[in-house]
Design a binder for this molecule. Sequence first.
Ligand SMILES: [Zn+2]
Length: 465
Amino acid sequence: MTIYRGHLVHIAGAPSLPRSRDHLVSEPDGALVVDAAGRVAYAGSWADVPAAFARDTVIRTGGCLLPGFVDTHLHFPQTFTTDAFGGGQLLEWLEHCVFPAESRLSDAAYADVVARAFVRRRVAVGTTAALVFGSAFPAAQDALFGRTLEAGLRIVSGRGIQTVGSPSAAALLTGEDEAIALTRDEIDRWHGVEASGRAVEARRALAQVAVVPRFSLSVTTETLRRLGDLYGEVRAEGVYFHSHLNENDRPDDGEIAAVRDVFGVRDYLDTYDGLFLTGSQRGGETLLGRRSILAHAVHTHDRELGRLAETGSSIAHCPTSQQFLGSGTMPWRRTVRSGVTIAMGSDIGAGDEWLIPRVLNDAFKVHMSEEGLLATAIDPAQLLFLGTLAGARALDQEDVFGNFDVGKEADFVIVDPTRQDGFAETLSFAAEQGPEAHLFTLLMGMREASVAAVHVRGRRVAGPE
Ligand SMILES: [Zn+2]
């Protein structure tokens, strides 16, 4: 057993987003007891640590103990393309910045450089679990999975599937047969893999695989039909589905207009729901379900939100990226009301911030700035929920990690506010006003520098050289 002593903060139990406030635990003199298997044995006040643990190793952190952050949408091959100038919105940025940058990962040695950098960035910001949009190239994906497992982080990822595209995306395209074969091969090789060969269920393993078409515009109806068949076969093993949805609505030539134009569907979501033929006729099996996560959902109709909720699918909300590409923002109240699970995504590289609390800071500001009566002040417990437990729920692994409930695997971040100029004083002033004020200042104010240590399954993780 190891006891970590510090200001312990988490959302206990399994509340809905609106109820998370009632589940906020904040123990200024708290303790997290981690057993030899890396599980939470106790989380609460230091004074109440059971006597049985009293003589175990105590680590005085001098800071805050938070559950590890969960990033449900970021792009591995865009590690070096944050803040790339595309001269326009989504489609221009893809064309001018992203497709050329992602093509460079065809060089396996370069891909390994990117994979190491990607893992280092994740460790630096305490993102213990992530749903990672992958590279088109199998060797690059091998580097990503291999480096992530070496470090000991959790990952769900899949190669980005593209079967149609402009000349600038040429290197990223494959034929229909190859798209399916490469995806199937990646599932065989990486779904349910552990670094140590330790036996766990595939659905709980550190490395798991997703089926990831870039977006509807990068695939054909033939690809969608065959991905539906494939997903039907592997869904029961816990394989994920991940893509983008309703991001850019510029009239006439934006993403959503193009999807309607190309497929002739009512709504964008229909293309992922097996209804991708003209007039939203059924052409194949649905890709939606409990392990399906769609990024953005900025311009989504109530019918689509209802369908996401009823299938148990989730939304990766990416406010930083949405500001960068001028996409607008996910309508907060309407999306919450639909009952769909909402988690956070940095969307690196359209998002230029890796630290999930900085993405939460953007979420707070954009929803506070929604028009008129739609303006919402998201409370601090909801912010913490979004960056931790909601991510675990979106990944369908809420029984494994996401908070400090006894028996869960101990994924946590130690935040040391003295590592950030002036922050310790600001935080202790906030703490005098109570737990919610402390949490709000902690999440809104913390920067990467204050992430002092990162643990997955109780084991301290370190990035590669
Ligand atoms: Zn994205």
